[in-house]
Design a protein around this ligand. Structure first.
Ligand code: SF4
Ligand code: ZN
Ligand code: ZN
Length: 333
């Protein structure tokens, strides 16, 4: 277990005020009190925008929120930075997967966070959209739950971003997720996916919403501390379908070990990764073809969602889903 940022018990002063420090940020060699730790993380996200020269003119952003600590912390960070980054509208999109207790507590946490951050919530219920929740979809398709879930969530969150004509869709992926995904891509030879590991991926109007990884340099443990210090309620119980990916776990442990011995290693690696991914994205041209049924991005002319729904229901569900999403958005305006 690494300790990037740890709570300290000794009577150490905050580096930015005369209060007692509560957190030691190892990679930055900083002791900070609660208030200055929150500020520090907000500043790090703000600096990510500057470092990676992310677009600065953001009118409308969409944040995908699951109810976990990462995406909810992101929502609070964004609401603090709202004026500094000049964004006028922030929408949170939450997909209710219909997994009984887990989905109910996820939604509770999301609703509370949206109330506290004054964010408009776009709630998409899988049972209303597809007529089935994830448990039934898993039984019907016999496919691994996370693969169906990932496909549906990517589809719906992108659709909300496209329908809102958002300047960016942001997910709660932090540096640990990004590095693990990237190293797994290297191991499996998925260079097309590796090329997407840039902090910003441009969109295609009406088809693909631009994607922004604002937590590119924020560690998972920082987010755990951030959410605790800020008193953010989040779902602590893991999803009942969560499965153990041995390769990912081993990569994560190896990265944690190195970070323990060389604080700051992950940030250095993420910066190199951003350069590599940028160069790769210039070399590998992704062939995006709008789905002939619903206009979503696809490689073959039919998107994964339309293929999935055709198999389950006998017809592509994309067009109806798009209409339903439009209806949800209209009802908010
Ligand atoms: Fe979906 Fe898998 Fe995450 Fe559960 S663990 S929410 S099924 S991706
Ligand atoms: Zn302080
Ligand atoms: Zn489609």
């Amino acid at each position: 277990m690494n300790n990037l940022s740890i709570h300290i018990d000794r009577d150490v002063k905050c580096a930015r005020c005369s209060d007692r420090a509560s957190v030691r940020v190892r990679y930055a060699k900083l002791n900070l009190c609660d208030k200055h730790f929150i500020e520090y993380i907000n500043d790090r996200v703000y600096n990510t925008i500057k470092r990676y020269k992310l677009p600065r003119e953001w009118k409308r952003l969409v944040v995908g929120v699951s109810g976990g600590k990462d995406s909810l912390s992101l929502l609070y960070i964004l609401s603090d930075l709202r004026e500094r980054i000049g964004v006028s509208e922030i929408y949170a999109v939450h997909i209710d997967l219909g997994i009984e207790e887990f989905s109910a507590s996820s939604l509770n946490a999301v609703e509370k966070a949206c109330r506290e951050t004054n964010t408009v919530l776009i709630l998409v219920r899988l049972r209303e959209i597809m007529g089935l929740g994830l448990p039934e979809l898993v039984k019907t398709t016999k496919r691994p739950p996370c693969s169906i879930c990932g496909l549906i969530k990517r589809y719906l969150v992108n659709l909300v971003g496209v329908e809102l004509d958002a300047d960016g869709v942001i997910l709660g992926h932090h540096i640990d997720d990004i590095l693990v995904f990237a190293l797994k891509d290297v191991t499996t030879g998925d260079f097309q996916d590796l090329a997407k590991m840039t902090p910003f991926t441009p969109g295609l109007r009406g088809v693909l919403a631009p994607r922004v990884k604002l937590l590119y340099e924020i560690h998972e443990e920082d987010l755990a501390l951030y959410s605790r210090i800020r008193g953010i309620s989040f779902v602590e119980k893991p999803c009942p379908y969560k499965h153990h990916d041995l390769l990912k776990t081993k990569i994560r442990e190896a990265l944690d070990d190195i970070e323990d011995d060389i604080p700051g290693f992950k940030i250095t690696l993420a910066r190199r990764l951003s350069e590599l991914a940028k160069q790769l994205s210039g070399l590998i041209e992704e062939n995006i073809e709008p789905c002939k049924h619903c206009g979503a991005p696809s490689k073959t002319g039919v998107c994964g969602y339309c293929k999935l729904t055709s198999r389950i229901k006998g017809e592509p569900g994309g067009p109806r889903t798009r209409e339903l999403i439009r209806g949800i958005i209209r009802s908010l305006r």
